[in-house]
Each structure stands twice: as C-alpha cells, then as structure tokens.
Write a protein that binds this ligand. Structure first.
Ligand code: M6R
Length: 613
C-alpha cells in the first residue's frame, strides 16, 4: 500500500527520494508527493495524481535543492486519488509537512475539533488531521515539535507510520510507527527512512526497525534517539539488512513477475537449504525443535492467512493432516478476527504471510495471543511485524517479491508447510516411509520446475488466443483444488478477466450451468490423486462444449486426447504436485495479461501488502 521515504544528511535529498519512490511503486499507489526543505530554507511540496514519473515531470525546472526531505506514494483510503489528497500534508502555518501510512479512525472528530480552533483543511484525508493536531499542540502548549509529537500520537486512534519535517528545524526528521511498518537506515552522518527496505538497500545495510508506539528523532551529525510515546528512551537496535540491490531490480526480465516466476527453482533451493537433509532423510527446523513439547501437545493447528497465502495454507492443511493426523483449520484472517472463534491455550496458530505486514493476519495473531495459543509465523520479509509478534516461526527466504501477484512466495510457502509437516511428524515418529519418499522427491522439485519453465514460449503463444475470454473456470481436486483457486486468483488480479476456482466435483452443484463453447475451463489433472475422477469431470465439460486447457503429467494420453490444449509437468508424488501444477498457471496468467496490455507488476486497485483492513 502507501510507501514512505525520508532522507536527512549531506547529499541532495531529491534524487534519493524520487528513486526511493520508484522502488516502492510495487506496493501499489495512485498518487505521489515530495516535500523538501530547500537551499533557501523554504519548505516546498510537490504532489501529483498518477505515477512517480508524473511527479518527476511536474518538478522539472523547480528548485529541488536541500538535503532534508520526505516523499510518499499514496493508495487512496480517505478521499479520491487526486493532487490535493496526495501526501505530504502541511500544517496551518505551513511550517510542518507530514507523510503517513495507515488509517486514523478518529480523524473526523479531530478535524471537527481543530476546525473549531481555526484550522483549515484542504484535503479529505485522515492524515491532514495529524499534522494539524501536532501544530495545534505545539502552539497551544508553547512546546517544541519534539515535545508535541508524543502528545499528539497519544490522541490518535488507529494505525500509523509517519515522518515529519519542520521548516523551522531543517536539520531534523521525526518518524514514528504504530501498526504500520517503518525502518530507518543508518549511514555515515545520514539517515534514510522507509516503509520497507527497498528505498534504503542501495545506501546502507544498517537498519533499525521501529517498534509499535516508538518515535525516532534524527538530527544531522547526531546519534538517533528513540523513545516510546511516554518519552521513555529506548536503545536503537541496529540490524544488518538481509537484501541486495540486484534482488530488487528486474535483471533483464521485462517484469518483476516474470523474473520471480523464473526465480522459483533457485528460490526454492535456497529456501530449503539448511533445513532439508536428504541423506539423513530429515527436516531440521529450529522453531520446531526448540518448542517440541508445545507442538506435540497441540490440540489442533489453525492456519490464518489472506489471498495467495491462504491458498498455500489450504495445501498446508492437507499435508499436515496426512502426516501428523492432527486436526487443521484454515481461516481467512479477516473472518477469524471478527467472529468469536473458539480457541484453546493448547492450539497452535500458524500465520502465513509473504509481507509479514498484512493487517488482518496481524489482528488474527493478536486475538490468538489473547487466548494463550502458541503462535507460529511463516513469512518472507525478514524483520517484518508477523515474525516479531509470533512465538517462533520460519522465514521462507526467497528474497524480495516485488510483483504484486505472488508467485515465488506461494511455492516457498507450500514447500515450507510441507517441511513443517515432516518436522512435526518426525517428532513423534509418524509416517517414516512417506516422509522419506516426500524428502527424496522434494529435492528434485527445483529442477522439475526449471523443466516446466522451458515451455514458456509455447504457453505465451497459446495464451494470446484467450484475450477474448470474459470468464474462466479452474478445476482441481485434492491437493490441486487450492491450486485451482490460486490459478483463478492470478488470472483475475493481473488480466482483470473474471475467473473462479472450484473443487472439480463441485462443478455439478452449480457452475456447470456456465459451461458452453465460450467458456475456457482450466483443469489440473496430474496423474496422481483422484486422476480417474478428474477425467470424468473433463468429460462433463467436453459434453457441454467447454474448452479444456489441461495441466497433465508427462506421458499422459487420456487427458491430452480430451483437451483443446495441454501443458505437461514432470511426475511427482501427490502432495508435491501443487509445486509443479501452479507454474504453468502463473505463466498462463502472465501472458494473457501481457497480451491484453495490462500492467502486470502494478495491477489496478491492488497493493502488494495490505496494511489496512
Ligand atoms: O503478504 P501476505 O502474504 O500476507 O499477503 C496476502 C495477500 O494480500 C496476497 O497473497 C495477495 O492475495 C496477492 N496479491 C496474491 O497474488
């Protein structure tokens, strides 16, 4: 969602800020803005609806000097995307400018109150209330900005990551967070602020992750000071950033999404390194070994996630139940948090999230924590909020995922859940044969994915014939039912074609009414699991003249002969097929979207990490 960049130091701030905004574009946004304290000591603000490039065009020829500044990409929540609602917002006097991620729930009452004191509002945003409130507190209490910020934050209800510049104090920046991520890069006599590490990685690998309700006071030539909102000092913990510049660049691919699809063989290998031991036929996960008693005593596992991570969670349910014989429930975090789930202290809640910042999943964790459940996180972004709020967990370690449509994060989540299930089954000696078989097959998955990727051109050529389609149905059974959901989600989010995923046997209970010669039906039919059953489902589609696009195992003849088009995958055991069947579906969605001229890396209305509920 919204993106934040800040700079304070000796260099020109603008080039750092604008480049930082481009690095944050992947998060999804609809307007952008920048505020600088320029060489003349003036606070200048430029904002524009549209892309970062539009902002960069707008400022051509303007005075962009100054080595203190903040910049923002906004994903509209309160008020439509336009120049006025774009951040930064400024205070009544024009001395303060502020950028903000998150939502302030009591903004209406704050605006009413501040208006009664003569403050004027220009935008429809919640953010403007924050900057006006800070100035009001400064003026009414006759205190400095440093003193006013904690008081103002104490009056806010909601979530924020924010950065403030003050024209009257050009050598300082103040940043704060609650519920929305924020980190500070520490360089030589300079500071970089980011809502994630992508705008920072180019300049320093030393970062401080702010905790909730912490405020960072940065001043040129001085050490950073961190306090909580009660003004109690905290020692900044400087961590080494686990990211490289090449990971956040396209590396010769036209889009991040395609790069990330092609990265899957190596990403999965990295993700399994140091965990999967083929020779010993075991999986070593510190989070499981160190919490053996708690995990073995689990009454059940409850998986909480959203979107693609939820689909991975469904596959996790199947494998965890097969290997551990414990009950597993899979919950949409957004539903779980707002009903009254029955939770027990001996439940283990597994939160899955690529970004580690999804607001609903964070809230689900909080709810489970209150019931005393053991909390296990599966995340990709190191140092993000979910790993910091769970008891233990596993990083998927596939490097930054920039494309909005999740690809390598999904396969890594599935591989991680499979390893988790093996590790738990290992604890009480269950299913030794099956575990051995899975491990010996899992190590072969990266090279099998590489083989599927060789069909990219063929898939691209065929995809073009589907630009006419307005609807798609995806069908799968067993382990490949969640893959059908994931394939449909991929297609709709980047091509804007309506698509539905179904367990194949459910088709007869309704969706079959949709099938005619215009309806493309993607059927995931590897020669494992319920193969014969899915063959019957394909016949039902063909009998109604539906167009069948099948994902089949190499050497298959039966399904191939019934299909209009097929894509082959190498054979593997049933529970690992999702790691292969999803690959052609990712490529298929990508190429249809490209053929339709869509912006695949930044599809409309979508944000990479959904930090508001
Ligand atoms: O960062 P998370 O894994 O928690 O994100 C969850 C969903 O927002 C995410 O998977 C979303 O569905 C993707 N755009 C799917 O491609």
């Amino acid at each position: 969602m919204c993106g934040i960049v800040g700079y304070l130091g000796e260099r020109d701030a603008y080039p750092i800020l604008i480049k930082g905004l481009s690095r944050l574009e992947y998060r999804g946004y609809d307007s952008a803005g920048v505020a600088l304290i320029n060489g003349n000591g003036n606070l200048v603000i430029y904002k524009s609806k549209g892309k970062v490039a539009d902002l960069d065009n707008l400022v051509k020829g303007k005075d962009l000097s100054g080595s203190t500044g903040i910049a923002h990409t906004r994903w509209a929540t309160h008020g439509e995307p336009n120049d006025v609602n774009a951040h930064p917002h400024f205070s009544e006097s024009g001395n303060l400018a502020l950028i903000h991620n998150g939502i302030i729930e009591n903004y209406k009452s704050l605006r009413t109150e501040l208006s009664s004191h003569g403050y004027h509002f220009h935008s429809s945003t919640d953010t403007e209330a924050i900057v006006q409130l800070i100035e009001y507190i400064m003026d009414s209490h006759h205190i400095t900005l440093e003193e006013a910020v904690p008081l103002a934050l104490g009056n806010l209800v909601g979530a924020y990551a924010l950065v403030i510049v003050n024209k009257k104090d050009p050598d300082s920046l103040i940043a704060a967070r609650k519920g929305s991520p924020l980190l500070i890069g520490v360089g030589e006599n300079e500071f970089f602020v980011g809502s994630d590490a992508t705008p920072i990685v180019e300049y320093t690998d030393k970062v401080v992750y702010l905790d909730d309700e912490q405020i960072a006071y940065m001043r040129k030539g001085k050490e950073m000071v961190i306090t909580d909102i009660n003004k109690v000092k905290k020692t900044p913990v400087v961590k080494k950033l686990n990211m490289s510049l090449s990971q956040i660049e396209k590396g010769g691919f036209p889009h991040f999404m395609l790069k990330e699809i092609f990265e899957q063989p190596s990403a999965l290998e990295t993700s399994m390194t140091g965990r999967l031991y083929e020779k010993e036929s075991g999986v070593k996960l510190t989070g499981i070994i160190d919490n053996k008693e708690r995990i073995l005593a689990a009454r059940r596992f409850i998986i909480c996630a959203c979107g693609t991570s939820w689909h991975a969670g469904l596959i996790g349910k199947y494998i965890l139940e097969e290997l551990t014989r414990k009950p597993v429930e899979v919950e949409y975090s957004s539903e779980f948090r707002y009903r009254k789930p029955v939770l027990f202290p001996d439940d283990v809640v597994i939160a899955i999230s690529q970004s580690g910042e999804t607001a609903d999943t964070l809230a689900a964790i909080q709810l489970a924590k209150e019931s005393g459940c053991f909390l296990f996180g599966i995340c990709n972004v190191v140092g993000s909020s979910i790993p910091r709020t769970t008891d233990t967990g596993i990083y998927t370690h596939v490097g930054p995922e920039i494309g909005v449509a999740s690809t390598k994060a999904f396969t890594a989540q599935v591989a991680t859940l499979i390893q988790l299930a093996i590790a738990i089954a290992e604890l009480d000696g269950r299913e030794p044969e099956l575990r051995r078989e899975i491990i010996s097959e899992l190590v072969k998955i990266p090279s099998k994915i590489a083989k599927i990727l060789e069909q990219d051109q063929m898939i691209a050529d065929y995809s073009k014939t589907f630009t006419y389609a307005r609807n798609f149905i995806y069908l799968g059974r067993g382990y490949n039912y969640p893959v059908a959901l994931e394939g449909a989600l991929k297609l709709k989010e980047i091509s804007y074609i309506h698509a539905e995923g179904y367990p194949a046997a459910e088709m007869k209970h309704g969706p079959i009414a949709l099938i005619d010669e215009e309806m493309p039906v993607v059927v995931i039919a590897p020669r494992r699991g319920n193969y014969e059953k899915i063959v019957s489902n394909i016949q039902e589609v063909k009998a109604r003249k539906g167009k069948v696009i099948a994902i089949v195992t190499e050497g298959d003849t039966e399904v191939k002969s019934m299909s209009d088009f097929y894509i082959e995958i190498p054979d593997t055991i049933d529970c690992l097929t999702p790691l292969l069947t999803v690959i052609p579906l990712q490529l298929f969605s990508y190429h249809i979207a490209i053929a339709k001229g869509r912006d695949v890396d930044q599809p409309r209305n979508l944000a990479k990490s959904v930090t508001v509920e």
